[in-house]
Design a protein around this ligand. Structure first.
Ligand code: DX5
Ligand code: ZN
Length: 219
C-alpha cells in the first residue's frame, strides 16, 4: 500500500570509536534517517551526546538528522541543536511546561517539529498540539537505554493517534522485524532501530529486513 516506511537507525548502538564510518555504513545500507538520542542524565538517567556530535555527523552525511531530545527544559538548547544541523527536533512533552513555546522556537529555526510521549503518558495530553507538529514519537520502551524489549501496550496508542493525526508517527524502542510489522499495521511509518541494525553483522540486510517485514503488514 501507499505508506512509505522510513527506517531510522539509532546511533546510540553504534561504535563511537568509528562513528563516522558507522553513519556512512547505514547510509550506504539504505537508512532513510539517522536517529540521534540526546540524553542529559536528568530527564533520563543516562548521558549521551550533544550538539557537537550532531555537527560532526552533519559534516559527513546528507541523510535527515532526526534528533530525539531526552532532556529537561529543552527550550534552552534548541538553538544549538538547530545550528548544529538537525533536520527534525523532537522534544518530550513531559520535559517542559510550555510545549507551544518550544514548537514556535523550533519552527523559527526552520526545522521540523516532533513531540514525544513516554510509555506512561496518555496520548490525550498532546491532542491539542497535534495540528502544530510534523511528527509524534511514541516511545515503545522507557527512554534512557537501547536494547530493551518492546512494550506491546503501546500499539493501542499508535492506533489512537493514527485516527486523529496525519503527520509522521515514529516509534522508538525494541523495534525489530516482528515488532515493525505490528506497529506499521497500527499506523506508524517511521521506525527507529538501534540494536536491530547495529547489533547485526550486515547493516544493509538488517535495514532491508525491517523494511520488508513491515511491508508485509499492509498486504
Ligand atoms: C531509547 C532511545 C532509543 C534507542 C532504541 O531511549 O530513544 O532510540 O536507541 O534502541 P533499541 O532499538 O535497541 O531499542
Ligand atoms: Zn530515540
Amino acid at each position: 500500500m501507499g505508506t512509505n516506511i522510513i527506517v531510522a537507525p539509532s546511533i546510540l548502538s553504534a561504535d563511537f570509536n568509528v562513528l563516522g564510518e558507522e553513519v556512512k555504513a547505514i547510509a550506504s545500507g539504505g537508512a532513510d534517517w539517522v536517529h540521534v538520542d540526546v540524553m542529559d542524565g536528568v530527564f533520563v538517567p543516562n548521558i549521551t551526546m550533544g550538539p557537537l556530535v550532531v555537527r560532526s555527523i552533519r559534516a559527513i552525511t546528507d541523510l535527515v538528522l532526526d534528533v530525539h531530545l531526552m532532556i529537561d527544559n529543552p527550550i534552552r538548547h534548541i538553538d544549538q541543536f538547530a545550528d548544529a544541523g538537525s533536520d527534525i527536533i523532537t522534544f518530550h512533552v513531559e520535559a517542559c511546561k510550555t510545549p507551544l513555546e518550544i514548537i514556535k522556537k523550533i519552527r523559527s529555526k526552520g526545522k521540523k517539529v516532533g513531540v514525544s510521549i513516554k510509555p506512561d503518558t496518555d496520548v490525550k495530553i498532546i491532542y491539542d498540539i497535534l495540528d502544530k507538529v510534523d511528527m509524534v514519537l511514541v516511545m515503545t520502551v522507557e527512554p534512557g537505554f537501547g536494547g530493551q524489549s518492546f512494550m506491546g501496550d503501546m500499539v493501542a496508542k499508535i492506533r489512537n493517534l493514527k485516527e486523529r493525526f496525519n503527520g509522521d508517527i515514529e516509534v522508538d524502542g525494541g523495534i525489530n522485524k516482528t515488532t515493525a510489522k505490528e506497529v506499521v499495521s497500527a499506523g506508524a511509518n517511521v521506525l527507529v532501530a538501534g540494536t536491530a541494525v547495529f547489533g547485526q553483522e550486515d547493516y544493509a540486510e538488517a535495514i532491508r529486513g525491517i523494511r520488508e517485514a513491515s511491508g508485509l503488514s499492509s498486504l
